[in-house]
Design a protein around this ligand. Sequence first.
Ligand SMILES: Cc1cc2nc3c(=O)[nH]c(=O)nc-3n(C[C@H](O)[C@H](O)[C@H](O)COP(=O)(O)OP(=O)(O)OC[C@H]3O[C@@H](n4cnc5c(N)ncnc54)[C@H](O)[C@@H]3O)c2cc1C
Length: 289
Amino acid sequence: MKYAAPSSVEEATTLLSSSPSAQVFAGATDLVPQIRGGYPTPDVLVDLKKIDQLVSLANDADKWTVGAATPTVRLTEDQAFSQEFPGLSEAAGLIGSDQIQSRSSLGGNLCNGSPAADSVPAMVVNGVRALVAGPKGSRVIDVADVVTGPGEISLASDEFIVEFEIDRMPTRTADAYLRMIPRTEMDIAVVGVGARIGLSDDGTIAEALVVLGAVAPTAVRVNGAEDALIGSTADDDTLAVVAAAASEACNPIDDKRGTIAYREQVAGVLAKRAVRIAMERAEQRNGDV
Ligand SMILES: Cc1cc2nc3c(=O)[nH]c(=O)nc-3n(C[C@H](O)[C@H](O)[C@H](O)COP(=O)(O)OP(=O)(O)OC[C@H]3O[C@@H](n4cnc5c(N)ncnc54)[C@H](O)[C@@H]3O)c2cc1C
């Protein structure tokens, strides 16, 4: 196995195309345990962390740009980012431990293809886009379209994500992320829920996104919850519809960490709570952030 540490996107693209089994990595917090566990060993391991663009975090008037290999700790430590996207920041801050977060990346969390990846529902509710590089040039795709099944992604084997683009959070709009784990820490989600709520001037909900993780092969948008929330004030009756729609949207596995019935029940409860938190945050965001 050859280790390569390119310093540019072009160099990384060439290295990745050099062998069918070449593979990029960022923190390697998924990759190394997988190789140790018997996954096939790549011919060439392409380290993305030496490319400045891949480990950046920046904002301009329109959007934030997060390098695909940027350590997730940056998303919790950067106050401007965590104030503007508290849900995405919370999701990043739930990945493993401090040690893991100093290595782990959004690119790795997404492209590992785990249904339980914490950052994915939080990215999807915020409409995050991925800039993808490959031998034929670059393209932009929605994060929602990257994972196609457990461990499966829509990128070609010679493509990788360079960075994520996140439109600036409008006023009176906010996100939230909650997850349920059986242990108190260092576990993966049995259910994860991302929510984003945007309010009109009259206080009713104009924008609603609710996305579940860990309850189906890929992250699931809960259309029934979103439809019920639009035009409402998230009163108790509406939240009951949100909970029922979230439970209904689940297609979970039954395993030692949670039965199907348990995951469905928890999805409903967490969806309600995440919507409430996003709603409260949206009410407080009046353009001063
Ligand atoms: C102790 C421990 C606890 C953990 N806890 C959690 C948790 O609570 N929640 C959670 O969601 N995850 C958890 N994880 C899993 C892991 O830490 C995360 O998924 C992390 O975000 C992966 O990022 P990484 O940079 O280390 O990925 P890597 O291991 O570097 O890569 C993972 C996969 O993604 C691919 N990849 C990486 N970057 C790119 C890119 N830019 N473009 C295309 N493909 C790419 C790699 O080829 C590989 O297949 C845990 C892991 C450990 C070891």
